[in-house]
Design a protein around this ligand. Structure first.
Ligand code: ATP
Ligand code: MG
Length: 436
């Protein structure tokens, strides 16, 4: 039987009741259409959790007893996606509502496909609301809300955990982490994003199961890794990942830089994430390539130096180093080519910004990666890898009116002319010096 949330609603701290004005029209409309067709339908998961905490949800999930095909028949602009976990994406205006069919009870779980270590490979057995709640990851993510009747349902004591700021795995934590180790990463994401703590049993299971993260197919981890770093508390999430020894599983290429100093994350990564957090909190866009540029920079730089020492020209060395490190990292987290190709461009442009060749300045200012490359140069400056003077020059020139730009470029030409003739003189003098 369903237990309405309203009994404990009055106990919620800080007036955390659901404000119907915060609900998206699209989510309400999808729920209503399903009701009118005779199905059960409720909002569930992150959106209910966020509404109760007083945040505006960024997306909505609807759970229903209609099968994916029945859902698809009701909505013209809908499609079934996923194999391991089939869901329906219903498009309403600019929003996409994810509609999932109630999953089956844990007792049915033996019928689902599993790997040797118990990882669930497919989960498309249908059930009712109660079994659906038991199959979700954490109690705070298994709260249901009917926007039409304004009724909430809590089968797992999630409301109490929400009030106490606790992340608690539903069911036996070790088994639940083993059957889907992505939940380890999700636990860290919610700890960071919500500032919640793990329940003691969930924490010890998480610590025991960390190595299972390495079993998750690399393709599935890309989106989850992005979510963990782009949630507005990425720096904290990264510290937690380091603390739980998950960072080295997700980024084995970083291993040499993660050995010392138990809790600290490498400065360039910390600064990149702090920067990303500030942007997310201000509602500014953040991009995956910038994140991966910062995450992979240290190994890329090490490889770059080796290749240059072996006589490769700098740009070729930089491209090769990037390609090699990305290829290595793709064994753990599959970085799509659309992302890695931009990482390559950002690094090339940043290198050219540092070269400051007078003939390339206009082209660089107009380059579509200028902004990201300049931001990356700021990061390198913050960790002492780029001069203040260089950064100031690029900061000034990008906002300067054209006559000033021209002036700055001629000043640059003059000074590099001087530098060149000086170096030519020194080169010429050397042999005679040697002969003396
Ligand atoms: P966010 O606000 O970041 O979107 P969310 O909780 O909504 O967080 P989603 O990835 O959108 O996260 O998933 C929606 C819901 O589906 C979750 O709240 C949870 O109930 C369930 N869920 C998602 N992934 C898993 C998983 N790996 N195991 C069990 N349940 C899951
Ligand atoms: Mg969600």
């Amino acid at each position: 039987m369903s237990e309405p949330l309203s009994a404990s609603e009055s106990d919620l701290k800080h007036d955390h009741t659901i404000d119907p004005d915060m609900l998206s029209d699209a989510a309400v409309s999808v729920t209503r259409t399903l009701h009118q067709a005779g199905f059960e339908a409720l909002l569930v998961g992150g959106c209910v959790r966020d509404l109760l905490l007083g945040y505006r949800p960024k997306d909505y999930d609807v759970a229903t007893d209609a099968t994916p095909e029945q859902v698809q028949d009701l909505f013209r602009r809908s499609r079934i996606i996923g194999r391991r976990f089939r869901i329906v994406h219903v498009r309403m205006g600019r929003e996409i509502i994810e509609v999932t069919t109630f999953r089956g009870a844990p007792e049915d779980i033996d019928s689902v496909a599993r790997s040797d270590r118990g990882r669930i490979l497919a989960d498309n057995t249908w059930g009712d609301l109660d079994s659906d709640a038991q199959r979700r990851d954490f109690t705070i993510n298994a709260l249901y809300y009917d926007p039409i009747t304004n009724e909430g349902i809590d089968h797992v004591d999630g409301l109490a955990d929400l009030e106490d700021s606790i992340i608690r795995v539903i069911g036996e934590p070790y088994r639940r982490f083993a059957e889907d180790p992505v939940r380890l990463l999700r636990a860290v994401r919610f700890m960071a994003k919500l500032g919640f703590d793990l329940s003691p049993e969930s924490r010890s299971a998480l610590e025991e199961c960390v190595e299972f993260l390495g079993d998750v197919p690399a393709a599935r981890l890309f989106d989850e890794v992005l979510k963990v770093f782009h949630n507005g508390r990425g720096e904290l999430a990264c510290q937690l990942l380091k603390q739980f020894n998950m960072l080295e599983i997700l980024f084995p290429v970083l291993e040499p830089w993660l050995k010392d100093d138990a809790d600290a994350i490498p400065p360039i990564i910390g600064k990149a994430l702090a920067n990303t957090d500030a942007r997310v909190q201000q509602g500014k866009p953040v991009i995956a390539p910038f994140l991966f540029t910062a995450m992979l920079w240290m190994p890329i730089q090490a490889r770059f130096e080796q290749l240059k020492d072996a006589g490769k020209p700098p740009i070729e060395a930089l491209h090769r180093a990037t390609d090699q490190v990305v290829a290595d990292e793709c064994h753990s987290v599959a970085i799509p080519r659309r992302v890695s190709s931009v990482v390559r461009e950002i690094l090339e442009i940043e290198h050219r910004l540092a070269e400051r060749r007078s003939r390339s300045i206009h082209g660089l200012l107009e380059n579509r990666r200028f902004r990201a490359a300049y931001d990356f140069m700021l990061l390198r400056n913050a960790v002492g890898e780029r001069d203040d003077e260089l950064v100031k020059w690029w900061t000034d020139i990008q906002d300067a009116p054209e006559p000033v730009v021209v002036e700055m470029i001629s000043a640059l030409k003059a000074s590099s002319g001087k530098r060149r003739s000086r170096s030519r003189r020194t080169r010429k003098r050397k042999p005679s010096e040697c002969q003396e």
